[in-house]
Design a protein around this ligand. Sequence first.
Ligand code: MSP
Length: 510
Amino acid sequence: MKRMFLSGLKIFYKMKKNNFYITTPVYYPSGEPHMGHAYSSILADVFARFYRNDNSKVYFLTGTDEHGLKIQKAAEKNGLKPLIYCDKMSQIFKNLARKLNLSNDDFIRTTEKRHYKAVNDLWNKLFKSGDIYLSKYKGWYSMSDEAYYNSDEVIEKNGKKFSTFSGSSVEWVEEESFFFKLSLWQNKLLEFYDKNENFILPISRRNEAINFVRGGLKDLSVSRTSFTWGIKVPNNDKHIIYVWLDALTNYISALNFPNVKDELYKNFWPASLHVIGKDILRFHAIYWPAFLLAAGLKPPNRVFGHGWILSGDEKMSKSKGNILNPLEIIDTYGIDESISLDSLKRCINSDLANNYGNLCQRVFSFVKNNCNNKISKAKNISESDIKLIDQTNILTKNLRKDMFNQNLNNYIKSVIDISFLTNKYINDEEPWKLKSNNVEKMNNILHISLEQIAKISILLNPIIPNASAKVLDALNVPKITRNHDFLDGNNLIPNVVQINELNILFKKIA
Ligand code: MSP
């Protein structure tokens, strides 16, 4: 009986552990997408793909954030009604998701009915619990950030006022407004961060958020009356809901909130991971958990704030006019290669072409030219084989942990190191010298190399899905076994491996 209970618990734990809800921010479609947008999306996609390969149930969401003054102004500038403008622009972001080969399960628009329903419900909950009250806002507002700033966060330059935080221009606003009692949440948030040490990663972002909260929280204006493009405050036609309260709710409206009995909501809330850029940390790490806690809902498990893609030493952004269009980059460099923009060329040439690409090419062509595309595993393995396998095991040991902590650099480095070690093993073992006198040993070296290639390809699959799939196809690894079972000690390729032709994977960039 006890055993049954314990194994039931184990299954339950496994089920819980195996659901991963991963999101990108919903993007402002106020202009063409740029590499900064692609960055949040590609990162989130890497995590989603990793957890699918790890046999988890994954739900990956992206979409567009279509309300607010910024969008209203952009629509006016284009001579279009806001919704018509958003229909057109949102489609461009949808196309980008396809072009980036994102594996998203859903694409939400904040102008959809399901989202209105969720925002209305959340507002009503906050209003009923007494966390929202009516007053008047007097202060600074940045349209570009859709954010309120305190006076100590504003500086004057050439007679104009700017946010010290983002550098964007701010204007003075005075209007009737509903407020969320954020000031009440200071200690509760600090307690929450304390209990959930990894709620915000990396640690530098966590410290940034904690310092901000420690500095004191003022009540937050959560409605506007001076323009109309947004979701109306329930029972009050004069006010529209602050675009950030509106936009953040997308993460639950996509799960069919307020129907908390819905399978999607039950399986995937709280979110495992919100991937965001550091500029929108305050909204995700402070406002969002406060709204949710106030409404009696669970905050997400993790907010990961990545850095910026720079142009020179400035953040790449539309308002700075220094943007690179991801569609152009993909057309020039290819989709798999554009993950590491900062060191794009070095990455393509050294990690992809010279290291992993070369490993695949040399083993595949050797097996083709000398073994008729077929290799059998040997009965005995040598000390150098064991050494390679041991070293590989050491390098794979922390991979799940690296991914769980969004430590992508460590992850990639370990996998590329495995590829490097395998290349070295082949150099040291010199299978080409064994062709005439020890075919058994030669086959063994090749079998081990092919197994290494299969492992590396699965591990690189979240990052370079297309190229790694080509290799796995050429190795005849069935789709169903393209998972991480080998990390738990299982073999990946059969004792007799039949391979197909493998074309060049990466072209070097001059
Ligand atoms: N609409 C809000 C998000 C609402 S989420 C509830 C928003 N949209 S955005 O289109 O301006 O930015 C979306 C994402 O792109 C953010 O994560 C932002 O940090 C990221 N990037 C925009 N420019 C960037 C760079 N130059 N570099 C890296 N990422 C940056 O904010």
